[in-house]
Design a protein around this ligand. Structure first.
Ligand code: C2E
Ligand code: CA
Ligand code: CA
Length: 685
């Protein structure tokens, strides 16, 4: 990751500093040069001035020494002192005796410390006073000293003007230079830096850095286009590297021919799946699929065709969407002609059998290649987690073993690892097949079991129960075939048939003068069927049965599977006058809070609690609790599975309203039920 630098424009500031500093130094130095030249010129001027002064007084001074006239000499000296620069003037004889002289103090000025070192405090000039042209004779000397302060003051004034203007010029030039630099260099550079910061390091070629305006052909423009080329190149390289990595990963985890996960990846994935399943207490099936006689296909056709076949086989295998739409599968090629499948979160081994059967059907359809049809047959070995093993290796090994063994017996079939599971599943499969024809073959009939009211000791109605007489097996208990039909959805048609039969019988009895309230069992699957309300209403109308002569029983678990829709349906049918009862109460969630919400008026205590009543303390207290709970909610209670007088006495004395069970009657056919009615006093007729 590129670190984002704050763009605090340090370069601009440095540039400003350096440009200004060098301009100032240059300006300062140039000014100093000018000042030095000026100083030299001032010194020359001083000398010239002295020469001029001396020239003017030379003659009278000579005359004064010649004639040894102190008065004249004094006049000359006084004349000289009219010049304010003159600090000392004297006319001296050759023997050094003074003819006339005058002094005054040096000007006291604050700048002297600066100028005295340049010009010195004062300057002394001497000229000889000579007379005679052919033979000149020196009669004395004229000496003057000049106070330099006057000249220095002028010099200082000029110098400061020169210095200040020099510095000012340098400053202005420096600032202009800085702005030029800034416009041409640092500003576009800052722009480039900002764009560079926006470049995504993992996709550097995605954005290009814009070329700064008017810099297309200069160094900056070239820099930007070079950088852009570089970024693109880096991006391309990154992409190539990623693609290469992905290829390597794929090669190490997937089968190159079928693109399915290979054995290694499948094994790891299975182990992860098992870890999750263990935590969530789910069941998992591992199906190992081997192609029967693949070697002969290879030798019969070509290896090329063999490869294509394996690819098509893999497609069909992984595209399978078994009986359970919600559960997903993961397919893998273990190697050669062996494949495997994980089936997630199955309810029971039966789900795996269903998937295996679907697979066998799907895979046995002919594959078409170059005009010829090829049939492949498959054998599947199945293991179930956690029943047959808890590790991936264990389950895989056992399912492969089972598949290999099954191949030796017969082909194009599935086999469970455990023999008992296998035979049970086979049984279920064959029942399922037969069940699909049972309705059209008229193999069903219904029976009636009376319900007794404990207050009046009369029959108040009957529960309708279905019976299946299998042409070969004979009686098959509903506890066996109802779950199968719930699993494959045929319960909807079967349930409709029961409802219709019940209403048909009810109508017959009504004609005979018996108004019997019939209770039918509604499965959770039927409750999920959108048309259930209409079916009930239509059936009642068709047989002209008033709704109060129908009751529906639903189980706790059935309601809980889809609470909101169940509540809606039950509320509606209750409004028409149909009674509602909760079946097998106590075996499911048994929660008071949801019982309150449910639109039911009757609770059925499950027969398992009634069975051990008086013998088992727990069951006794459960029965008591259910009765009390129902009473507190204003619901009536019926006990199911009453087999003895003791049970009846207990139930009656504890407030149970009704009873149903072998003690009164087994579920019987319609004619028998009528006989029972005639024997027993009934409140119905
Ligand atoms: P369920 O609704 O709890 O039905 C009561 C079961 O208890 C019936 O079994 C009945 O024969 C049995 N039973 C009645 N009295 C006694 C008794 O005193 N002792 C003993 N040990 N058992 C008694 P069945 O007819 O075998 O039905 C079993 C289950 O099958 C029913 O349980 C119900 O869940 C389902 N079932 C039966 N017919 C239908 C139907 O038409 N539709 C639906 N959806 N389910 C049905
Ligand atoms: Ca029932
Ligand atoms: Ca029951």
């Amino acid at each position: 990751m590129i670190q984002k630098h704050p763009t605090n424009q340090r370069l601009s500031i440095r540039l400003l500093k350096w440009v200004l500093l060098s301009a100032l130094i240059a300006g300062g130095m140039l000014s100093m040069g000018q000042i030095i030249i000026d100083a030299l010129r001032a010194m020359d001027e001083l000398d010239n001035q002295a020469v001029q002064i001396l020239d003017v007084v030379k003659d009278p001074a000579t005359q004064a020494v010649y004639s040894i006239d102190p008065e004249l000499a004094q006049q000359v000296v006084e004349g000289l002192f009219k010049q304010r620069e003159i600090r000392y003037a004297g006319i001296i004889h050759p023997d050094n005796s003074t003819l006339a002289e005058k002094n005054r103090a040096l000007r006291d000025e604050s700048f002297r410390w600066l100028t005295d070192p340049i010009f010195s405090k004062e300057k002394k000039y001497i000229i000889e006073l000579v007379k005679g042209k052919s033979e000149p004779v020196t009669y004395g000397n004229l000496i003057i000293t000049i106070d330099t302060a006057y000249k220095a003051e002028l010099f200082l004034d000029r110098s400061s003007v020169v210095f200040i203007s020099g510095i000012l010029r340098a400053g202005i030039l420096g600032t202009i230079l800085f702005f030029v630099y800034h416009l041409l260099l640092t500003k576009p550079l800052t722009g480039i830096i900002q764009s560079l910061l926006k470049v995504n390091p993992s996709e550097p070629g995605l954005q290009t850095i814009p070329t700064p305006k008017n810099h297309k052909d200069d160094e900056l423009g070239i820099w930007v286009s070079t950088a852009n080329d570089l970024l693109k190149e880096i991006s391309d390289n990154q992409q190539k590297r990623r693609a290469a990595e992905a290829r390597v990963l794929k090669l190490s985890q997937y089968d190159p021919l079928t693109a399915l996960p290979n054995r290694l990846m499948f094994r790891n994935h299975l182990q992860n799946t098992l870890d999750d399943a263990k935590r969530l207490e789910q069941k998992i099936a591992v199906l190992c699929c081997g192609i029967d006689d693949f070697k002969s296909i290879n030798s019969q056709f070509s290896y090329n065709i063999g490869d294509q076949l394996l690819q098509s086989f893999a497609e069909r295998l992984s595209g399978t969407n078994g009986s359970l739409q919600s559960s997903l599968h993961t397919a893998s090629r273990l190697g050669g002609d062996q494949f495997a499948l994980i089936q997630y979160n199955i309810k029971n081994a039966y789900n795996a059998a269903k998937l295996a059967e679907d697979l066998l059907l799907r895979l046995s359809k002919p594959f078409e290649f170059e005009g010829s049809k090829i049939n492949l047959y498959t054998t599947i070995g199945i293991t179930i987690f956690p029943d047959d093993g808890i590790t991936a290796d264990e389950l895989l090994q056992k399912s492969e073993q089972t598949m290999t063994l099954a191949k030796t017996v017969s082909r194009n079939q599935f086999q469970f690892y455990v023999a008992s599971v296998d035979s049970e599943m086979r049984e279920r499969k064959s029942l399922e097949k037969d069940l699909s024809h049972a309705l059209e073959n008229n193999e069903f009939h219904i029976v009636f079991q009376p319900q007794i009211d404990y207050k009046t000791n009369t029959i108040i109605g009957a529960e309708v129960l279905i019976r299946w007489i299998h042409p070969i097996r004979g009686f098959v208990p509903p506890d066996i075939f109802i779950p199968i039909s719930e699993n494959n959805g045929t319960i909807v048609a079967i349930g409709d048939w029961v409802l219709n039969e019940a209403c048909k019988q009810s109508a017959i009895w009504r004609l005979q003068g018996y108004n019997i309230k019939l209770a039918i069992n509604l499965s959770a699957v039927q409750l999920n069927d959108a048309s259930i309300e209409k079916t009930i209403l239509d059936t009642l109308n068709k047989h002209k049965i008033p709704p109060q002569y129908l009751e529906v029983e639903i189980t706790e678990t059935g309601v809980m599977e889809n609470l909101s829709s169940a509540v809606k349906i039950l509320t509606n049918i209750q409004q028409w006058g149909v009674s509602t009862a909760i079946d097998d109460f106590g075996t499911g969630y048994s929660s008071l809070s949801y019982l309150k919400k449910l639109p039911v008026e009757k609770v059925k205590i499950d027969k398992q609690f009634v069975h051990d009543l008086l013998a088992n303390e727990d069951d006794t207290s459960i029965v008591n609790a259910i009765i009390q709970l129902s009473k507190s909610l204003g619901l009536s209670v019926i006990a199911e599975g009453v087999e003895t007088l003791e049970q009846e006495i207990y139930l009656r004395s504890h407030g149970c309203d009704m009873g149903q069970g072998y003690f009164y009657s087994k579920p019987v056919k319609a004619e028998e039920f009528l006989n029972y009615l005639l024997e027993k006093p009934s409140s119905l007729s």
